[in-house]
Design a protein. Structure first.
Length: 255
């Protein structure tokens, strides 16, 4: 395959990947395979042996963790250019620590983890670059996790629904299939607060409720994104100010 796999990536990612693979040993390039993983299938399964490093070339995937009572929690989404399994490689972990599932049809480059590890150990500049990348990602996750604790139910629900909408393929909009108790547990608020917040979002025109199901149209998703752009400091960042409770009834996102 060689370095030709880079052509699968969006233009903005190709240059970054070319820099990463500059000077890559031939045995690593020879071992690289391009594979496709269908929507809904696992790319990586938690608890299974770490055999490969994966690079997402096209498509979207999501990280999932199984907690008590077999409830599944989605903790992050991944798109083109993201390298999966690298943390386990650095830590010499024999098993993957999380499950990564394809949200859409995914095209990936796959490299045996033993060859990836050998390459990194031989190339000090690459080792520094990848370690810096991993530490930066862990730092962002920690910061986001701390700031997320201060978000109101209103803001948490917007983030949650917008994330799900962006991974949904339906052209007519998104329908949330979770029950109110499940939604309350995922957001970390009581059912009463969640129901009040849903009513506020509905009054603000950011979602609809029909037959008890939360629905999000493309227009409403765009309004939610505009709200995020206005209130959040940067992409994937949370507000610095800690909101106290839900948004006052009737206050629109632009107000």
């Amino acid at each position: 395959m060689g370095i030709d796999f880079i052509s699968y990536l969006p233009k903005k990612e190709q240059e970054r990947m070319e820099r990463l693979f500059h000077g890559c040993p031939q045995d690593v390039l020879d071992s690289l395979e391009v594979i496709k993983v269908p929507k809904g299938k696992s790319i990586i399964r938690s608890g299974t042996p770490c055999l490969y490093i994966y690079i997402i070339l096209r498509g979207r995937a999501q990280g999932m963790e199984m907690h008590l009572e077999e409830k599944v929690y989605i903790f992050r989404s991944f798109t083109s250019g993201r390298i999966l399994g690298e943390l386990e490689c650095f830590l010499d972990q024999p098993l993957y620590s999380a499950t990564i599932q394809a949200v859409t049809l995914c095209t990936l480059a796959r490299i045996p983890i033993s060859l990836w590890r050998s390459w990194i150990r031989q190339d000090s500049s690459l080792l520094y670059s990848r370690a810096q990348n991993i530490i930066g990602e862990l730092t962002r996750q920690l910061k986001d996790g701390r700031q997320y604790l201060f978000l109101s139910c209103y803001d948490r629900m917007i983030l949650f629904l917008l994330e799900l909408f962006q991974t949904d393929d339906s052209p007519d909009g998104f329908v949330l299939k979770k029950t109110r108790p499940e939604l309350a547990e995922l957001l970390g608020f009581c059912i009463k607060t969640v129901n009040r917040t849903i009513s506020q979002l509905q009054e603000d025109g950011l979602l609809s409720v029909r037959q008890g199901k939360i629905r999000l149209s493309p227009k409403q998703a765009k309004q939610m994104q505009e709200y995020c752009d206005q209130h959040f400091l940067s992409e994937n960042a949370f507000p610095i100010k800690a909101p106290s409770g839900s948004r006052p009834r009737g206050q629109s996102p632009s107000g």
